[in-house]
Design a protein around this ligand. Structure first.
Ligand code: S3P
Length: 444
């Protein structure tokens, strides 16, 4: 347990770069392990979630090593070339690691066992095991399709066309990664577009990925399997989901102005930034560029008044990880913010809808919570704080409420901030360098 306390500060200033994108980091290691030859990754997120993926791939026979200067070098085994692991693969807190690896393992003809921590072992896996079973894999899981789970990979996988019942980039990616080692065309139909990092990464490695825009805004993504892919060099952009924390802090602490350099600004991740712009936030994007097919920019945030907005449900896939921190921004706004279409928040690292609503209420903010919606009554910059918040093994809940503490009347304490290291190692240090006051707090 690492309790942290965030005290109110006068203003944030300066420039920083956040750690690498979590989604892209997982994918760079996984696709690198399936390529022939050497892949080098710069800017990899060295958070526990991604390190778990690295360790799992090593157990499956790939060489994954960090070299001096922070460059990661992967010697892949080729598509279908991984080998049976000697022991259980423990994926810690990471849903992305568990679901994407389930996809890869589904078309390798051996048995492997996946497990995770108490949070991951509560999360639903049937969303991936259902389509992967249609491809020929078999799974033995706990009640309700939960980890620990055995994956018995298909020796003769068959390609499928699968329409996603929930908007999930993890499910899409699991199927596409399974499809890599399947003869014929594997096709995923997503009624609402989700983050396309797998498509971009696979293309970067030379796989032909066809994307068809469908009437009504959906997409059909297909690839032809049994592709030969060879190693590449990858630069991982800063994670927009991590950049969100210092940027929102700068928007709500009066007198602040900060720049976060080199942030990924893929438009399928940009929902939070769309919301903040509608709220009247002073946000600007400079030095726009492209790295490895991903859009990147420097983001400048300046404090100023915010107003409440209606967040439409169709925006959810573009900002699924950002609702807790958006709700914090909304607490400081003038007027009410209504967010709908939030059902997926209930099955993240914690029940994020309940965690956000209860933690805001503890900080003196009026909220209403429904099955899949949240209403936050903005307090025009006057948020009490002064609460002890349970992190619930959820990094984003911990960081969101430490951000709230920077701008509240009284400090906010998080009972266990250790999970922040899953996605944002160095969070408190980076925030403090910009002027926050976040410190360990060992009082009972
Ligand atoms: C991710 C997809 C999202 C997101 C998660 C990372 C990915 O999950 O919440 O943090 O890397 O594909 P879902 O696919 O469950 O929406």
């Amino acid at each position: 347990m690492t309790p942290l306390i965030s005290r109110p500060v006068a203003g944030l200033a300066g420039e920083a770069a956040v750690p690498g994108d979590k989604s892209i980091s997982h994918r760079s290691l996984m696709v690198g392990a399936l390529a022939v030859g050497e892949t080098t990754v710069r800017g990899l997120l060295e958070g526990d979630d991604v390190l778990r993926t690295g360790a799992a791939l090593r157990a499956l026979g790939a060489e994954v090593a960090r070299e001096e200067g922070g460059v990661w070098r992967i010697r892949g085994r080729g598509v279908g070339g991984l080998s049976e692991p000697a022991s259980v693969l423990d994926l810690g807190n990471s849903g992305t690691a568990a679901r994407l690896l389930a996809g890869i393992l589904a078309t390798h003809p051996f048995t492997s066992f996946l497990t995770g921590d108490a949070s991951l072992n509560r999360r639903p896996m049937s969303r991936v095991t259902r389509p992967l079973s249609q491809m020929g894999a078999r799974f033995v899981s706990r009640e309700g399709g939960r980890l620990p789970m055995a994956v018995i990979g298909a020796a003769e996988p068959v390609p499928i066309t699968f329409e996603l019942p929930v908007a999930s980039a993890q499910v899409k990616s699991a199927i596409l990664l399974a499809g890599l080692n399947t003869p014929g065309v594997t096709r995923v139909i997503e009624p609402q577009p989700t983050r396309d990092h797998s498509e971009i990464m696979l293309r970067h490695f030379g796989v032909t990925v066809a994307v068809e825009e469908l009437a009504g805004g959906g997409r059909a993504i297909s690839l032809t399997g049994e592709a030969e892919i060879s190693g590449r060099s990858i630069q991982v952009p800063g994670d927009p989901s991590s950049a969100a924390f210092p940027l929102v802090a700068a928007l709500i602490v009066p007198g602040s102005r900060i720049t976060i350099r080199g942030v990924g600004v893929n438009r399928l991740r940009a929902g939070l930034y769309e919301c903040l712009a509608e709220m009247g936030a002073r946000l600007s994007f400079a030095n726009r560029r492209e790295e490895g097919g991903e859009a990147v920019a420097d983001i400048v945030a300046e404090a100023g008044p915010l107003r409440g907005i209606e967040v439409p449900p169709e925006r959810a896939p573009r900002m699924i990880d950002e609702y807790p921190v958006l709700a914090v921004a909304a607490a400081f706004a003038q007027g009410t913010t209504r967010m709908t279409g939030l059902a997926e928040l209930r099955v993240k690292e914690s029940d994020r809808l309940a965690a956000t609503a209860q933690s805001l209420a503890a900080c003196g903010v009026e909220v209403e919570e429904g099955e899949d919606w949240l209403v936050v009554k903005g307090r025009e910059g006057e948020v009490a704080g002064g609460a002890d918040i349970a992190s619930r093994m959820d990094h984003r809940i911990a960081m969101s409420f430490l951000v709230l503490g920077t701008a509240a009347r009284r400090p906010v304490r998080i009972d266990d901030a250790s999970f922040i290291d899953t996605s944002f190692p160095g969070f408190a240090r980076l925030m403090n360098a910009l002027g926050a006051d976040i410190a360990e707090d060992r009082r009972p």
